[in-house]
Design a protein around this ligand. Structure first.
Ligand SMILES: [Zn+2]
Length: 179
């Protein structure tokens, strides 16, 4: 690693520590004495995704990120949520230790996570990924979500399909129009 300040090719390590499955090294240039940090990370073995039609494609973190980001667009999720979901899935995929993963497995992992985060993002992702044959199939999925919602109170992180205040507004309007 060349010194980023003077370009000298040699440096000494003055500190190193493990961070997030990698090593962080604090280095000092042997020529100008400047200090800089390098990160060393294991290069994971390449992972292939097997698509529905049998084609193989190298796993792309970016593609996964784009798909999830699209589903979460304009949803009130905390900053970094999408990246966290992608990180989790990526880690889980490499952890499986298989050279090939069916795209359906990845899709299910995404759906499972989105379902616990935000129903709208989940339905958006599902409608693309599951390719709902018709509106009835989509409605069935939404009905399942709604009945889940009434069975167990939704987790604190989950946004309701219709916020209570909006339901209140609707009720008020109805009352008023009846007079
Ligand atoms: Zn230097």
């Amino acid at each position: 690693m060349d010194c980023p300040y003077c370009g000298y090719p040699d440096s000494k390590v003055i500190d190193s520590r493990d961070v997030n499955e990698g090593i962080r090294r604090r280095r000092q240039c042997l020529s100008c004495g400047a200090r800089f940090t390098t990160y060393e990370r294991m290069q994971p073995a390449s992972l292939f995704v097997v698509k529905k039609d049998g084609r193989r494609e190298e796993f792309s973190r970016d593609k996964l990120l784009i798909g999830i980001r699209r589903a979460c667009e304009k949803r009130p999720l905390p900053t970094g949520t999408v990246d966290k979901v992608v990180d989790d899935i990526e880690a889980e995929l490499y952890h499986l230790g298989k050279p090939e993963i069916p795209s359906a497995v990845i899709g299910d992992m995404v759906m499972e996570r989105l379902k616990s985060l935000d129903y709208i993002a989940y339905i958006r992702f599902a409608s693309v990924y599951r390719d709902f044959a018709d509106i009835t199939a989509l409605k069935r999925e939404i009905d399942t979500l709604v009945s889940d919602e009434t069975k167990i109170s939704h987790p604190t992180s989950q946004l309701p399909l219709l916020p209570d205040e909006e339901l209140g507004k609707v009720a008020k309007v109805r009352k008023r129009s009846r007079k």
